[in-house]
Design a protein around this ligand. Structure first.
Ligand code: AMP
Length: 424
């Protein structure tokens, strides 16, 4: 299935293509038709599933196609409530990205900053408002926002909203919404209090549930090498020369790093190309099509550019650098092991990345097997430190799963075998 099959309009398709989205994710496949038919939606899905686009695309499309739209006088017609400012910003960015060719405007409001810029944006006129509850109520009380004209209402991450004690704010906001509207409700879990809240908001909703992407982690054979930063190039070359007969996607945290990796591989006579945000769209497409066709076996990517990369039979993903956002790890390794295939994901972890690894293992509920037996073992770096300082605060946007398999599993090279869920 592609986005055209979902009857998405051309200006949005064009924006999705620019983002490198080729196929809708399962939640998008399920939700977009329901929403384009004007139905309310109860979505059991968490972040990483593509749920933002699942609601942003049909909302943008309906606003765009509305014959009664008055372009000269914008009014807030869509309200998205979300628990944190980070999430609000990301949702706003998604609307900007997907709505690039629609002329639809959004703005984001959240607390903890001065309100001036936010009220100025509101007075210039917006179609879509993304807000955290406290600041929204504050600006409503000051008369900057009216919810009278809301046609689309989204409550995102409802479970976190309740955990964060927003229930009273949500009730106050609901009381100001018009009865005639389309409502969307997303939550990662559906505890009784969440269901009760959803019943207050939705009218005869269609239900959509998608498995969190974490399940991907279960069918990919994962392993980790504790290595010093300076050893990473040699280990990469060694792995590509000894194991890398199939297509391999190498992830670098930075664009500069990706270019450096391509150069060092070239010195070892390994042909590779890089895709990242500094490359032109044409260069990115060319690298990707060469990789997909098997002309180049190694592609080095940053996370931004890796979005939408969907290569049949991708043999291996190598995390040259560990991502600082744990969900990104799941997203990266999900490039391999797609559909019914199993795959291999190898990660390098230097001493500064230990805290990232800890977060990743917590999220996937798994201890990633450590490869001890390799020629680049560094005595000072082979064992994980007991405690390490966090290099950067982790993304507060995402809920964490508790680890349930802390068996300190260590293995020799054979990631498929070391993964009990991977039998193929
Ligand atoms: P979300 O669950 O909305 O936070 O999305 C998770 C990630 O998936 C984000 O980085 C999106 O940009 C990306 N994404 C969403 N939909 C697609 C798609 N159809 N193809 C590729 N990437 C996508």
């Amino acid at each position: 299935m592609n986005f055209e099959d979902l009857e998405i309009i051309e200006p949005i398709i064009k924006a999705l293509k620019l983002e490198g989205y080729t196929h809708p994710t399962p939640i998008q496949q399920k939700s977009i038709p329901i929403l384009l038919h004007g139905r309310d939606l109860l979505g059991c899905a968490q972040t990483g599933t593509g749920k933002t686009a699942a609601f942003a695309i049909p909302i943008l499309q309906q606003i765009y196609l509305d014959p009664n739209k008055d372009k000269s006088h914008r009014k807030v017609r869509t309200l998205i409530i979300t628990p944190t400012r980070e999430l609000a910003i990301q949702i706003g960015e998604s609307f900007t990205t997907y709505g690039k060719f629609t002329g639809i405007k959004n703005t984001v409001i959240f607390g903890g900053v001065k309100q001036g810029k936010q009220t100025q944006a509101l007075s210039r006129g917006v179609d879509v408002l993304v807000a955290t509850p406290g600041r929204l109520l504050d600006l409503m009380n000051q008369g900057f926002i009216s919810l009278k004209e809301i046609d689309f209402f989204v409550l995102d991450e409802a479970d976190r909203m309740l955990d964060m004690g927003f229930i009273h704010d949500i009730r106050k906001i609901l009381a100001k919404l018009p009865n005639k509207r389309q409502s969307l409700f997303f939550s990662a879990t559906m505890a009784p209090n969440i269901v009760a809240l959803s019943n207050k908001i939705l009218g005869n909703p269609q239900k959509v549930s998608v498995k969190p992407e974490q399940t991907t982690a279960e069918k990919v054979g994962q392993s980790i090498y504790f290595v010093a930063k300076k050893i990473k190039p040699s280990l990469l070359i060694h792995l590509l020369q000894s194991k890398g007969s199939g297509s391999t996607l190498v992830f670098s945290r930075t664009k500069h790093g990706a270019n450096k990796i391509v150069k060092l591989l070239a010195k070892a006579n390994i042909v590779a190309d890089a895709i990242h945000g500094n490359k032109s769209q044409v260069a990115r497409q060319k690298a990707l099509s060469n990789f997909k066709s098997g002309q180049i076996k190694v592609l080095v990517a940053t996370d931004i550019a890796a979005r939408g990369i969907d290569v049949d039979k991708l043999a291996m993903v190598i995390n040259y650098d560990l991502p600082n956002i744990p969900e990104t790890y799941v997203h990266r390794i999900g490039r391999t092991g797609r559909a019914s295939e199993s795959g291999i994901a190898v990660s390098f972890c230097d001493s500064e990345e230990r805290a990232y690894l800890k977060d990743i293992q917590k999220l996937i509920g798994q201890q990633i097997p450590v490869i001890e037996d390799h020629p680049f073992k560094d005595a000072h770096h082979s064992e994980p430190e007991k405690s390490s300082t966090k290099p950067q605060p982790s993304n507060p946007r995402h809920p964490r799963r508790n680890s349930n398999n802390n068996n300190g599993n260590k293995s020799r090279w054979n990631p498929r075998k070391s993964n009990p869920r991977s039998s193929r």
